[in-house]
Design a protein around this ligand. Structure first.
Ligand SMILES: CC(C)(COP(=O)(O)OP(=O)(O)OC[C@H]1O[C@@H](n2cnc3c(N)ncnc32)[C@H](O)[C@@H]1OP(=O)(O)O)[C@@H](O)C(=O)NCCC(=O)NCCS
Length: 176
């Protein structure tokens, strides 16, 4: 199986919506992607393509980390999904690896995620790094952060402000 990871294009949007709706069992994540993109919060959006079919997607979007002394921009990884029949073949891993590289290349320094620790820890996400980051997801076992710039989160606390499109998902405890 040859799988290509590439930037999402305008013409991929309905395939991406379909992947998210199938993978999460509701249109909530597909709507989230659409809103983040149309409202200008999306930063990196990649797709996985097999035999000219889009089978996977990952999105990174901007969040603000607000503290008394400083407000800075971090990224949120959400959502990511691979069509069920293409899972467990490393496509998700490749989407994350390419996504992290693209975020790093754009100069971003940290990423937060709510997801399964067993999965995301493979890529360097950790609950410890997110300990001082407050958010609607803080306290959840899947609340994690990753440093693209080593040490960037050391001694930095703050409240992670998700943009409005996330409001519909907060409280559902959906892992991404
Ligand atoms: C999560 C997801 C994107 C992984 O895609 P994938 O292409 O299967 O990922 P990979 O092949 O790179 O990795 C699969 C590995 O992750 C594990 N894994 C898959 N889904 C997982 C999940 N939701 N939580 C934790 N681990 C998961 C598998 O056990 C597998 O482990 P193994 O390599 O030891 O067998 C895919 O399962 C998916 O779309 N799930 C539904 C949507 C979702 O829950 N997204 C949020 C992820 S937390």
């Amino acid at each position: 199986m040859t799988c290509i990871i590439r930037k999402e294009k305008e013409q991929d949007r309905s395939a991406v919506a379909n992947i998210n709706t199938i993978s999460f069992g509701s249109p909530a994540e597909a709507d989230l992607v659409k809103s983040l993109q149309s409202q200008g919060y999306a930063v990196v959006s990649l797709v996985a393509e097999v035999d000219q079919q889009v089978v996977g997607h990952i999105l990174f979007s901007r969040v603000l980390v607000v503290s008394e002394s400083k407000t800075w921009t971090a990224l949120s990884l959400a959502p990511m999904a691979v069509l069920p029949e293409y899972r467990r073949q490393g496509i998700g891993t490749r989407l994350i690896a390419a996504g992290l590289e693209a975020c790093r290349a754009q100069g971003h320094s940290a990423i937060v995620v709510l997801g399964d620790p067993a999965y995301y820890s493979r890529f360097g996400f950790s609950s410890e790094l997110a300990l001082d980051l407050d958010s609607p997801y803080a306290g959840h076992s899947g609340w994690m952060a990753l440093e693209l710039t080593p040490g960037i989160l050391a001694g930095r606390s703050g409240h992670v402000e998700y943009p409005p499109p996330f409001q519909a998902l907060v409280g559902t405890e959906t892992a991404h």
